[in-house]
Design a protein around this ligand. Structure first.
Ligand SMILES: [Zn+2]
Length: 485
């Protein structure tokens, strides 16, 4: 009897192994597209990029203190550098320094494509200047890259878009579909420029089939067992909410402390909160991302796990969650960011409070996060309330089956040899969020490879990235004549 059972078990295991291996073998690598030879990068484009960096369009914390001299200088720079664009496109100035350029298409029945960017930059801390290899606002050309604050974020996109349009105008190209270039001036502070642009477009009843903003990029070497470059195309954003946890309990002299103080209660609550996590949630973009890279994995075991997710889902999730970035893709993250209590070393405070910042994964809501926090803390003495001005639910997702997304895939495959285009949900919030009210096709992507130094030290744009970027936007504009929704 026992022998029969074991031979039956062996048969089942053999069958299972067979299924796993067959599924693994059937998992095909994403097709390799044919990238076209890159156009040479004109010297004038490099000079423009360098000049753009040399104008320190620093986003002020308080927008009423905008450095009008430099922002006006940037306008003059645009007018001088892109003469055809300024002759043939209509420019609308929004909130003094944000711009909408309209390039009228020949077929007015097609909804526009919007190419977005922002030309304000974050400041360089005084203490960090000495850590830079070059002057942060020098726009120096060194080691086949243009260096300086804004080279990546986001003058790379703005200047690449302008270069591609000017070049197409030189070639007398007329787009079939209207192309709108929307450049904000304060993305790094309040983002009111982008919001005002969207209000303006709404007043004109403008909707768009495709909106491209910064966010995703091309990564290589991030997934250890996948050698091919991966283009991360943002198709949505996580939600954002901040809570305050507050405890009030009469304090007193620190020489005779009570068993439990306001600080103790809050710390215990935070400890419980950090020990529990919201569950993993395999969202559609993450699932598709894994499907697309699985066929190119060079590790047989990883490939087998990814091709047999019905059995290994949990293992796949745990592996993805082994880095903070991977984990953030899979769940709502909850983390304390501010702690406040106490006024004197010998006084037990009456109040203790913590600020907890959460990024909500697609499919969950602020209400669910609040309920989770309340249950995890499990102490009515901790009062929980919503704080902050930037709270928002997770965004809608752009359909990856849509022709608009396919155009993105084509353009990236056209410009990067062997690339695997994948959808992903952005962990942070961007200017493009407000554009979702006028478009179902918002995506976040600039074709830079492992970009370096943005918001940090030695920000720089390799010329190869710059050339690819210009080519990418040209491809989008030329390809935008076909139906996109
Ligand atoms: Zn940016």
């Amino acid at each position: 009897m026992l022998k029969k059972f074991f031979s039956f078990l062996a048969l089942i295991l053999a069958l299972l192994a067979g299924v796993l291996v067959v599924n693994t073998m059937r998992s095909k690598a994403w097709p390799v597209g044919k990238a076209s030879a890159p156009d040479p990068l004109p010297d004038s484009a490099i000079a423009h990029m360098s000049a753009a960096i040399q104008i320190p369009t620093i986003s002020p914390e308080d927008t009423s203190h905008i450095d009008s001299v430099h922002f006006n200088q940037f306008r003059l720079f645009l007018e001088r550098s892109y003469p055809l664009l300024h002759q043939q496109l209509t420019r609308t100035i929004i909130k003094n320094y944000s711009y909408v350029y309209e390039w009228k298409g020949s077929d007015s029945s097609l909804l526009p494509v919007i190419l977005m960017g922002h030309y304000d930059v974050v400041p360089v801390e005084l203490s960090a200047v000495k850590l830079w290899t070059v002057a942060p606002f020098g726009g120096e050309l060194k080691d086949s890259a243009v260096w300086g604050r804004g080279a990546v974020d986001d003058k790379a996109a703005v200047i690449s878009i302008l270069e591609s349009v000017e070049q197409l105008l030189r070639e007398h190209f007329v787009p079939k579909r209207t192309i709108l270039l929307c450049f904000g001036h304060n993305e790094e502070s309040t983002g009111t420029g982008a919001i005002a642009i969207v209000d303006y477009l709404k007043q004109r009843n403008t909707r768009a089939d495709l909106v491209i903003d910064e966010g995703g990029e091309i990564t290589t070497g991030k997934l250890k067992d996948v050698q091919r470059p991966v283009a991360m195309i943002g198709v949505g954003e996580k939600g954002y909410v901040t809570f305050e946890l507050a405890v009030e309990k009469p304090g007193g002299h620190s020489s005779k402390p009570a068993k439990e103080t306001a600080i103790d209660i809050l710390m215990a609550a935070l400890y419980r909160l950090r020990r529990t996590q919201m569950p993993f949630r395999m969202t559609a973009p993450v699932s598709e991302f894994l499907n697309r890279v699985s066929g190119s994995s060079e590790s047989f075991l990883n490939k087998m796990a990814l091709s047999n997710r019905w059995l290994f889902e949990r293992m796949v999730e745990n592996k993805l969650a082994s880095t903070p970035e991977g984990e953030a893709m899979l769940r709502t993250t909850i983390v304390p960011t501010i702690l406040e209590s106490g006024i004197r070393e010998n006084v037990i405070p009456t109040n203790a409070r913590a600020i907890v910042n959460c990024r909500i994964v697609t499919g969950e809501t602020t209400k669910q996060v609040e309920d989770f926090i309340r249950a995890a803390i499990h102490d009515d003495r901790v009062k929980i309330s919503i704080k902050g001005d930037f709270n928002t639910e997770p965004s809608a997702l752009t359909d990856i089956q849509s022709p608009a997304f396919r155009l993105m895939e084509e353009a990236v495959q056209e410009t990067v040899e062997g690339v695997i285009p994948v959808p992903y949900t952005m962990l942070g919030a961007s200017d493009s969020r407000s554009y979702r009210s006028i478009s179902n096709g918002v995506v976040n992507f600039t074709p830079l490879v492992n970009s370096k130094g943005y918001h940090g030290i030695d920000e720089r744009l390799p010329l190869a990235d710059f050339r690819r970027s210009i080519q990418f936007f040209s491809h989008i504009i030329k390809g935008s004549g076909k139906p996109l929704q």
